[in-house]
Design a protein around this ligand. Structure first.
Ligand code: GDP
Ligand code: ZN
Length: 350
């Protein structure tokens, strides 16, 4: 690689420009942020850089012909409108000349290369909505994102919390039973963050996001785990965002876990809905996206088994033997019904 090139990750979009953290380059420290534009040819190819993208930066001077502010950065401004810019609008030193292959990408929130999704389920107040959680696990499975279940507010109903935890342990997920309010179980969760950060250091960076219903305790959890951050979900921007058409841009924050950097994706008003409404899953991929069904696919008596009521269904048999939680199979049936009520082409546009 030529000395003048830099590799880094996009940590946020700023009105048609991108802040890039040069995490793969020891000429820079962890706090450095370089401002860059996207190369004009990305726009012609209909590619938008996303937060989380691993990119190569070239000095802007070498690429003057490509200087152009993209119309659609996937990062609307505070009014919710897409930014427009004229050629030569702002002077920046760097141009994003290459975007590395993505492990995954999401439309809402617009984010690439997410490694972990922490699905926060409240034990009570608000009542847990397992169907929505299951939709989230399905999307994550489909995108190659590892779901970690965090059952929060265990202090309100320990028995209830254990029941929810058991459902997801049985499905094969890593589960943490915590109370972010009292600190119960939080050492284990913090230890897990250290563990995954350590494990993925050679890759360069590891990222995660906390998702869950409003009131589940996401802000409380993140503030407990990353006290040094002033998160967008925290008090300040949350107050100003509430009641308005909330912008759904994402930002990656660098946090220290003691073993390296863990990049936390945060967005004002992060909720399960962002993931569940806007990410399309084809019907034939649905059963395999339930982790505890996956190794049984192809073992049913009928090739076109829908795993809902057929004779000789391997999944229904595992269900009847207690190997699959009733609520998980019920969610599967519900999602399948929802999918059937809307044609595939229409769902792609939702
Ligand atoms: P968010 O909307 O998911 O970010 O949820 P918040 O973090 O704002 O929490 C919603 C409410 O639940 C707040 O009043 C918190 O104080 C409360 N809360 C968060 N964690 C716990 C917990 O572990 N136990 C109890 N009892 N309350 C909690
Ligand atoms: Zn079946």
């Amino acid at each position: 690689m030529a000395d003048s090139l830099i590799r880094g990750i996009i940590s946020r979009g700023v009105g048609g420009l991108y802040a890039v953290r040069p995490v793969f380059d020891d000429r820079y420290d962890g706090e450095t942020e370089l401002l860059a534009r996207a190369r004009g040819s990305f726009r012609i190819q209909n590619i938008s850089p996303l937060v989380g993208d691993v990119v190569t930066l070239s000095p802007a001077g070498e690429m003057n012909e490509a200087l152009e502010v993209p119309e659609d950065t996937g990062a609307p401004d505070s009014t919710g409108r897409k930014r427009r810019g004229k050629k030569g609008d702002v002077r920046v030193d760097w141009v994003i000349s290459e975007i590395s292959g993505r492990k995954n990408s999401m439309i809402r929130p617009p984010l690439a290369n997410l490694d972990y999704l922490f699905a926060v389920i409240p034990t009570a107040s608000p009542e847990p909505d397992l169907l929505t959680v299951d939709k989230l696990t399905v999307i994550a499975e489909d995108c190659g994102i590892e779901t970690v279940i965090v059952v929060n507010k265990a202090d309100l109903d320990m028995d209830g919390a254990r029941k929810i935890a058991d459902v997801y342990s049985l499905a094969g997920y890593r589960v943490f039973l915590v109370s972010a309010g009292s600190g119960y179980g939080m050492d284990e969760l913090a230890g897990f963050l250290r563990e995954i950060t350590e494990k993925q250091q050679e890759k360069g960076y590891v990222s995660g996001a906390f998702a869950g219903a409003s009131g589940a305790g996401k802000s409380t959890l993140m503030t407990y785990l990353f006290p040094e951050l002033e998160l967008a979900t925290g008090s300040v921007s949350r107050k100003t965002e509430r009641g308005r058409h909330t912008t759904r841009h994402v930002e990656l924050y660098r946090t220290e876990t003691g073993n390296g950097s863990f990049w936390l994706a945060d967005t004002p008003g992060f909720s399960l809905l962002d993931f569940t409404r806007f990410n399309f899953i084809p019907t034939d991929e649905l059963p395999g996206s339930f982790r505890e069904f996956a190794d049984l696919i192809g073992q049913c008596r009928y090739r076109k088994c829908t795993h809902t009521k057929e004779e000789g269904c391997a999944i229904l048999e595992k269900l009847s033997q207690g190997g699959i939680a009733g609520s998980r199979h019920a969610s599967y049936v519900k999602i399948l019904e929802e999918q059937r009520s809307v044609p595939e082409w229409k769902r792609k546009q939702m």
